[in-house]
Ligand binder design. Sequence first.
Ligand code: HEC
Length: 292
Amino acid sequence: MKRRTPVYINILVVLGLLLVVFYMFAQTSEFFKTKYFWAATIVSIIVVFIQSAIGDLIENEKFKKLTEEEKNQYLAETKVPYFKHLWASASKKQTAKEEEDILIDHGFDGIMELDNQLPKWWLGLFYFGIAYCVLYIVSFSFTDFADPDVEYNQEHKAQIAAVEKYLETVPQATLETAVFTEDHVEEGKAIFETNCVACHMDAGKGGIGPNLTDNFWINQPEKTLYKSIFHVVYNGSPHNPTMQAWGQNGVLTGNDIEKVSAYVYHINQEQAPITQAQGGAAPQGTEANWEK
Ligand code: HEC
């Protein structure tokens, strides 16, 4: 009579499989908190116990039919610890008689083939694989499970949210803290081209808005040029609402204005002015005398 696997090992195996399946589908350990996982666990454990109880009944019936000698041998075997028994049976050599019984009549050069049974653990994995495959294909085809587009969109949303959250907390430049650096010119140019060219035209040569490359300024709210630009862009022009208050109305952040101001400073101070002859707008305002 074959020795049965103890019920606690079956329970451990079933729990292991449940963990694998739930983790594969949930992709996080959050499933521990769901009632589905705990319901599945309880039901599985009950099923294992029922299966074990049926096994006990069958074992009793078989036991009754054994001869006295076989009964004693079986009882002696059950006293050996389960893992020791496993090890012994795994490393046990078949006797010549046993081999003869399962010999297949088909060999070559004296190499013969035996009709061995497949190991139970192997068969178990095989059937688990089939069941898992069906479950996977069905979920993949009919739910959002493992759908790369859905996963991408979720990740994308999370990233955007994280960036927005970061931007809310990141310190923004103010009139007091903003400083000119060359590093901001490139990014500032991109901001200028998106928000400002419509009025100040290419390279700030002027159109609806004044020429930003010459030294004539309508607004000179600060003593230095860079701060003055920042001031006007942040707060708008007090004389002309066409130049809106980009910072106050929240269209641009303090950091964006710090950058776009660097670009305006750059085209004004580090490049030659675009004159009327070159297509620039006529000077407006008064000539400025900026502090360095
Ligand atoms: C809708 C048109 C328009 C847009 C868009 C615009 N401006 Fe202006 N801007 C003006 C006008 C008009 C003035 C002149 C205001 C005045 O008369 O006081 C001006 C003035 C300015 C001044 C001060 C110039 C001076 O001589 O006093 C700066 C600096 C400036 N703009 C930068 C920018 C930047 C940077 C952007 C993009 C973020 C921008 N502007 C977008 C129309 C615009």
